[in-house]
Design a protein around this ligand. Sequence first.
Ligand SMILES: *[C@@H]1O[C@H](CO)[C@@H](O)[C@H](O)[C@H]1NC(C)=O
Ligand SMILES: *[C@@H]1O[C@H](CO)[C@@H](O)[C@H](O)[C@H]1NC(C)=O
Ligand SMILES: *[C@@H]1O[C@H](CO)[C@@H](O)[C@H](O)[C@H]1NC(C)=O
Ligand SMILES: *[C@@H]1O[C@H](CO)[C@@H](O)[C@H](O)[C@H]1NC(C)=O
Length: 318
Amino acid sequence: MYRLPWVVLFGTFLTRLWTSAQGLYVDNGDPYDEGPLEVLTLSISQNDAPMLTKVYYPTRIDTYAVLFFTGGYQGDIPSELYSDVLVRVASHGFVVIGIDYMPMVTATANVRDRSQRLGGDHTQKYMEELQWVTKNLEARIAQHLNRTGLVPDFSHLAIGCHSAGCDPLVKMTLQNHTFSKAALLLEPFSFNYATPVPFQMPAFILGTELSTQPHACVRPGQGYNHFYDMWKCPRMLIAVKDHGHCDIYNETWYKACQLTHFCKTNPDVDINKYHNFIQGISAAFLTTTLQGQDKLQYITNTTLLPVQLLEYKNDMNC
Ligand SMILES: *[C@@H]1O[C@H](CO)[C@@H](O)[C@H](O)[C@H]1NC(C)=O
Ligand SMILES: *[C@@H]1O[C@H](CO)[C@@H](O)[C@H](O)[C@H]1NC(C)=O
Ligand SMILES: *[C@@H]1O[C@H](CO)[C@@H](O)[C@H](O)[C@H]1NC(C)=O
Ligand SMILES: *[C@@H]1O[C@H](CO)[C@@H](O)[C@H](O)[C@H]1NC(C)=O
């Protein structure tokens, strides 16, 4: 692929985003460095919001782009397990909203209902959650921070997900193409996603080598390559070598995954280094697509990446 036309085309796309992104906090640093902002965690119970909600937000008063994130197994894996990565992303100037389909205790009690749920459609509940946070989050943050003025800007929102958490969020975007400006699909997996996306929304898709090896946590035909094939441009895919499906979790949970052999893991993994990679590539993508600052070279210049690549492809020619 010729690099120049690609840059020019994507430049047009960026310019369009840039003009509408003014007034937002912009991260000017290297996305692989620790973000400059201090981050607080706000919990909102599922009796209050439609779903259990963990919000990771920078303490500095400003207006921020939003990441609407849900964990694996269609949201049953609590977003707390991803807090190390999510806090690091927030420190680059994002309000990160982690949504749990149900709290851990209920999730275990309801195992019997799972087979029914997995075939079902949960997009409506996520839609209600999105409407609730859009309406209430600014006030909740002000209450938590004891100061007003911090604005989560829902007109600059991306969906983010891990594994089968991507199922309901992608279905949401199929129902409504405009609420989200970008899709951060971290090791996406779907039980039944078969509809090609008919509209343009930039997507970054991450895959890991070990996720499809026994004990496999992702069926190859329904994982990252499937999402890449279903997506329309602009789209980018990076699959990393020697990493597995649990490496994104906080260290304690990664170790639990390793001990139980829940998914295949590599015993030599440096979790801190890997989390730094995920937050860096996520911040580079989200800063470009939501904050309007071109950081694509931190994704496309693969020689700079702190991991070994299994596969890299992109399609920006739209
Ligand atoms: C990881 O998540 C747990 C909650 O499950 C939390 O107590 C812990 O502080 C988190 N660790 C990091 C490094 O964020
Ligand atoms: C806000 O005020 C409450 C009550 O005074 C206090 O407990 C809490 O720590 C404060 N929060 C912050 C972020 O300063
Ligand atoms: C899609 O989402 C946007 C932004 O949240 C909202 O304004 C619009 O009404 C939604 N469209 C439909 C058809 O629900
Ligand atoms: C990628 O990064 C390397 C190391 O900083 C640099 O030497 C090279 O010119 C970059 N390549 C492109 C295409 O920007």
